[in-house]
Ligand binder design. Structure first.
Ligand code: AMP
Ligand code: MN
Ligand code: MN
Ligand code: MN
Length: 280
């Protein structure tokens, strides 16, 4: 039987995506996606609209969120919660507290960019943020591209916004323990997002994944737009060794901006258990 075209990670304009939740669903459907999850950063406001449109189009839908986490001294990790009850109090309070830190961080990013000669970046980024509580580095990047200072969003991260670059501001997000607890409290399943993106030594990765599992974490994105197909086996191996469920994730943000579009991913290695089998 042909594996399901499942895509369990993407964004709408309720966080740093460019499209309305309904339009993300339309695009996913046009790409042959059969099972979809909207996972906005630290925010679930787009889920009801996405849910209704997904069902109207005949796709299956799992609710979701991508939570920003700080692990260890200063490692930013993203964790996806799948199948969460978005009305759960612990989850919504938790997400609200994470969102709360974004504005003051954005002011500081604006200050750092001004020092680099880019004036007005906070206001400019805000104009790109449909949901001001979710002001994100992506909005700064789009503003800088709009100013003609860089050819694309990726280049802005490489020059100014990525870790270690002059516009980067360290920030304290949720702890791993909190994020897993909120997701479990809301009846969901916790999954490590884009494991290829972190600045981990292999030993640190083991410690991190061990801790995540100990806390009740269940899955890892084996297929992600953040790592190339030749790296898939590395993360498939982590899934095997830690007994994690495997997820498939485009992390789509905007047409032409993201590395992979909705539903455009290879199939999961056939020996791994897809995370959605526990959710549908
Ligand atoms: P923030 O939550 O404000 O730290 O912004 C993180 C977001 O920035 C991620 O979810 C991505 O959408 C985007 N991002 C991070 N690194 C890059 C990169 N190298 N190229 C393009 N977008 C990136
Ligand atoms: Mn993002
Ligand atoms: Mn992410
Ligand atoms: Mn994402």
């Amino acid at each position: 039987m042909k594996p399901l075209n499942a895509d369990l990670h993407c964004h709408s304009y309720y966080s740093d995506g460019l499209l309305a939740p309904a339009d993300v669903m339309r695009r996913a459907h046009a790409h042959g996606v059969q099972l979809i999850t909207l996972t906005d950063h630290d925010e679930t406001a787009g889920v009801p609209e996405a849910h209704d449109m997904a069902l109207e189009l005949g796709m299956r839908f799992i609710s979701g969120v991508e939570i920003s986490v700080t692990w260890g001294d200063d490692q930013t990790i993203h964790m996806v919660g799948l199948g969460v009850d978005i009305f759960n109090q612990a989850l919504s309070d938790g997400l609200e507290s994470v969102r709360g830190g974004r504005d003051s961080r954005a002011v500081r990013i604006g200050d750092e960019l001004a020092r680099e000669g880019i004036e007005g970046a906070y206001e400019g980024a805000m104009r790109h943020a449909r949901n001001p509580a979710l002001i994100s580095r992506s909005h700064f990047a789009r503003y800088i591209v709009e100013r003609g200072l860089a050819p694309d969003v990726k280049s802005v991260f490489a020059q100014w916004l990525g870790r270690g670059r002059p516009g980067y501001v360290a920030h304290q997000w949720a702890s791993l323990e909190q994020a897993v607890r909120w997701v479990l409290d809301a009846g969901g399943l916790a999954v490590i997002a884009h494991p290829g993106r972190y600045w981990f030594e292999p030993k640190e990765m083991e410690t991190f994944l061990g801790e995540f599992k100990e806390l009740g974490g269940r899955g890892i994105e084996v297929l992600s737009s953040s790592h190339r197909p030749d790296k898939v086996e590395i993360f498939a191996d982590y899934a095997r060794r830690f007994g994690f469920l495997a997820s498939r994730a485009s992390d789509f943000h905007a047409p032409g901006e993201s590395w992979t579009d909705l539903g455009k991913l290879p199939d999961l290695p056939s020996d791994l258990k897809p995370v959605w089998e526990e959710l549908i």
